[in-house]
Design a binder for this molecule. Structure first.
Ligand code: C5P
Length: 338
């Protein structure tokens, strides 16, 4: 937990800070089931946390009521449009008494996760701010209460609070935790100069496929039930129990409906996805709304081999590649917290 630090600035201020890891996610399965009355899409998706993580440090102290965000990444705004800022703002509104005691909130974000990449980097930063303020202000909120707050900010922030492996329905905020799969790896690839806007990807999907949408609640529920008792969830449960007998089946079970909207307009991503599929025997696809592509690897050494094979095929310096393990946690304390 945070330590009390006295800072002499003419007035005595009590500072209290925490550093948290904010992991990225991939979607192992993303089915767009249909329409929702709120204008969003009803999803059945399987989220998986990965060990590609930002470090988010939150400091609170008594002083003027002010939120600041400091992130040196050129694509990350340091103003109230940053989801981490909005998470702090939401906590101030929800807990005015705690906020009035320590009303200066400073957020520092060290980015490792690429931005606008389909990996929930910004969402995970926002989740970290909720978790940090819960601890720093000693609010005692449960994961469920934090997830309810998170859902007000964005569709995948609730998952980022708890992380691991989970089936999500609704907008993506209704979570059904699955047994954690933690001994697989991913190889990730993203062109630095290519970003995809999530609203654009869903809008494009609607333009192309609205005719296929399930509209009534019963049909949507039965789709969710089929996914919940379907082959991907069964395989992940087997993997979580340590059985790799059917691991090679994962290739055919990966699904991301948003590929149908994004890839036809972005040949570069499609070529990258095809290259990943050629090099990763366990399968590859786009994550979320893209443009990041990921391939599944059986272990860390295999992930490195796939990464260097892809690098040989695509020597373009604009292509960044990473490897990361599946992890069983969402936001969690970083070591050396002061
Ligand atoms: O909730 P979030 O801010 O991540 O969503 C970004 C955008 O993606 C939404 O404004 C909406 O256009 C689209 N979206 C959607 N259905 C979802 C999730 C997101 O249409 N389930």
């Amino acid at each position: 937990m945070g330590a009390n630090v006295t800072v002499n600035l003419g007035v005595e201020m009590t500072a209290n800070s925490l550093s948290l890891w904010a992991p990225a996610k991939v979607n192992l399965y993303l089915e767009i089931v249909g329409d929702r009355p709120d204008g969003f899409h009803e999803l059945s998706t399987i989220f998986q946390s990965i060990g590609l993580m930002d470090r988010v440090t939150v400091a609170v102290h008594s002083g003027p009521a002010k939120i600041s965000v400091d992130c040196p990444h050129p694509l990350v705004p340091n103003d109230q449009t940053n989801l981490a800022y909005r998470a702090a703002e939401l906590m101030v509104q929800a807990f005015p008494d705690a906020a009035s005691r320590q009303s200066t909130i400073d957020i520092a974000i060290a980015k490792n996760t690429p931005v606008a990449a389909g990996l929930a980097g910004g969402s995970s930063n926002a989740a970290a701010v909720l978790v940090a303020l819960n601890m720093l202000w000693e609010l005692g909120l449960t994961h469920q209460a934090l997830q309810d707050l998170a859902a007000k900010l964005g569709s995948d922030i609730s998952f980022c609070v708890s992380g691991g492996t989970a089936l999500a329905t609704g907008r993506g905020e209704v979570l059904d935790p699955l047994p954690s799969v933690s001994d697989l790896w991913v190889v990730l690839g993203k062109y630095d100069n290519l970003s995809i806007s999530t609203p654009w990807a869903y809008k494009r999907y609607r333009e192309l496929f609205e005719g296929e949408y399930a509209r009534d609640a019963n049909t949507q529920t039965s789709r969710h039930d089929q996914v919940r008792s379907g082959a991907m969830v069964r395989l992940l449960s087997q993997l979580a129990q340590g059985s790799r007998d059917n691991l090679d089946k994962i290739r055919a079970l990966l699904r991301n409906d948003l590929e149908r909207a994004v890839l036809p307009d972005h040949n570069k991503i499609k070529t990258l996805r095809d290259c990943f599929q050629g090099q990763a025997p366990l399968g590859a696809m786009m994550s979320g709304s893209g443009p990041t592509v990921f391939g599944i690897a059986a272990d860390g050494a295999n992930a490195k081999l796939i990464q260097s094979a892809i690098r040989q095929y695509i020597p373009d310096p604009d292509l960044s590649l990473w490897t990361a393990p599946f992890i069983a946690q969402g936001v969690h304390l970083a070591p050396n917290t002061v």
